[in-house]
Design a protein around this ligand. Structure first.
Ligand code: DAT
Ligand code: MG
Length: 152
């Protein structure tokens, strides 16, 4: 099982609804490791690059408007098979079709307000992590002493 890193965004609707902690908590409980975290406003240029694959879709203008409408929580999560694990934990894109027990299935209503983003494959994860984080902003736990048990 390959150790992967993936980009997760709590989108503006999730931050506004006070669900950032809920999303973080679910990913922590899943067993993934948080290696990067920031609260930020996405500008139009970043939004267009992030969602470049959807540029010709009818919902693209609304998607860019939405993701830039308020702050997002951008995170990098690490773990074995992290990309697929995050996607499973988020649930299907349309909350009407996502299973109960998933973030979107439990907390979402509208496909245009589906709370979270997670990279969909390794190439996307690499590309998206580079858009949102500088390398130095991502923690390398192997270079630190064990943060959980080391006493000061
Ligand atoms: P996902 O976010 O599950 O990776 P995606 O990459 O296909 O889904 O689409 C990106 C976002 O665009 C998605 O989270 C919500 C929005 N979106 C997708 N399909 C849509 C549609 N048919 N109508 C409105 N918004 C849509
Ligand atoms: Mg996607």
């Amino acid at each position: 099982m390959a150790v992967e890193r993936t980009l997760v965004l709590v989108k503006p609707d999730g931050v506004q609804r006070g669900l950032a902690g809920e999303v973080i908590s679910r990913l922590e409980r899943r067993g993934l490791k948080l290696v990067g975290l920031k609260l930020m406003q996405v500008d139009e240029a970043l939004a267009r690059r992030h969602y470049a694959e959807h540029v010709n879709r009818p919902f693209f203008p609304g998607l860019v408007q939405f993701i830039t409408a308020g702050p997002v929580v951008a995170m990098a999560w690490e773990g074995g098979n992290a990309i697929e694990l995050v996607r499973q934990t988020m649930g299907a894109t349309d909350p009407a079709k996502s299973a109960p027990g998933t973030i979107r299935g439990d907390l979402g209503v509208n496909i245009g307000r589906n709370l979270v983003h997670g990279s969909d494959k390794p190439e996307s994860a690499q590309r998206e992590l580079n858009l949102f984080f500088k390398p130095a902003e991502l923690l390398d736990y192997q270079r630190s002493t064990d943060p959980w048990i080391t006493e000061s």
